[in-house]
Design a protein around this ligand. Structure first.
Ligand code: HEC
Length: 198
């Protein structure tokens, strides 16, 4: 019995916090668990006394995978040009799959403002200076290029999502927003892709 007590009190003493420094974690059983030997992404490291940042700028003239050059500026003219010329690069034959993936993204990034059916009645919408217009109302005929442009740069109280979502993710969202818009009022030629039954 005595032996057990001695072992327990020795263990308590070994693992108890040091009194000298109240912030000290005491004895670290496996320091690797707390202090990873690998480099932290946005940290600094030292080689031969020189300090380096771990996050580096991309090599000049290169573009990261999944990033497309976006030629339309964040101006009213850029918005109009995008509406006229920008088309969804994700093939329309797989529309149903893009819509499904877009719906998941919508649930994470958009639903709290735009609401589950895109009516502009999300939980946060009432707190905005003006709630978002309904996709199947005033935004019914908004072309895909403008949808993409507004998701990328934001619009008034809607923040920009260009750095939060890859271009492909934004295009999937465009498909899903179009699903919520419902059929366009004017029979534009682009509507021929809407043959798929829903
Ligand atoms: C902070 C709330 C908020 C979030 C989050 C948000 N929106 Fe919006 N959105 C708005 C508001 C408000 C407007 C109306 C902007 C205006 O015209 O003044 C709007 C407008 C739009 C429009 C119409 C743009 C145009 O050109 O008229 C589209 C399309 C849209 N949002 C899609 C999305 C998508 C997709 C997401 C998710 C990635 C999203 N929004 C996230 C608040 C939000």
């Amino acid at each position: 019995m005595k032996k057990v007590l001695i072992i327990i009190s020795a263990a308590v003493w070994m693992f108890s916090c040091g009194k000298k420094d109240p912030n000290s974690p005491g004895v670290e059983f496996m320091p690797d668990m707390y202090r990873s030997p690998s480099l932290d992404y946005y940290g600094e490291h030292e080689i031969d006394g020189e300090r380096y940042f771990n996050a580096k700028l991309p090599v000049k003239g290169t573009v990261a995978r999944g990033v497309y050059a976006y030629p339309y500026p964040d101006t009213p003219e850029g918005y109009e040009l995008a509406g006229q010329f920008l088309k969804n690069p994700l093939p329309a034959e797989m529309r149903e799959q893009w819509e499904k993936e877009g719906e998941v993204l919508y649930g994470k990034f958009c639903i709290h403002c735009h609401g589950p059916t895109g009516a502009g009645d999300g939980k946060v919408a009432a707190k905005l200076p003006g709630p978002p217009p309904a996709y199947n109302g005033p935004l019914k005929n908004l072309p895909e290029g403008k949808i993409f442009h507004s998701i990328t740069y934001g619009k008034n109280s809607m923040g920009p999502h260009g750095s939060l979502l890859t271009a492909d993710e934004r295009w999937k969202l465009v498909y899903y927003v179009q699903k919520l818009q419902g059929p366009k009022e004017t029979a534009a030629p682009a509507d021929s892709t809407k043959k798929t039954s829903k």
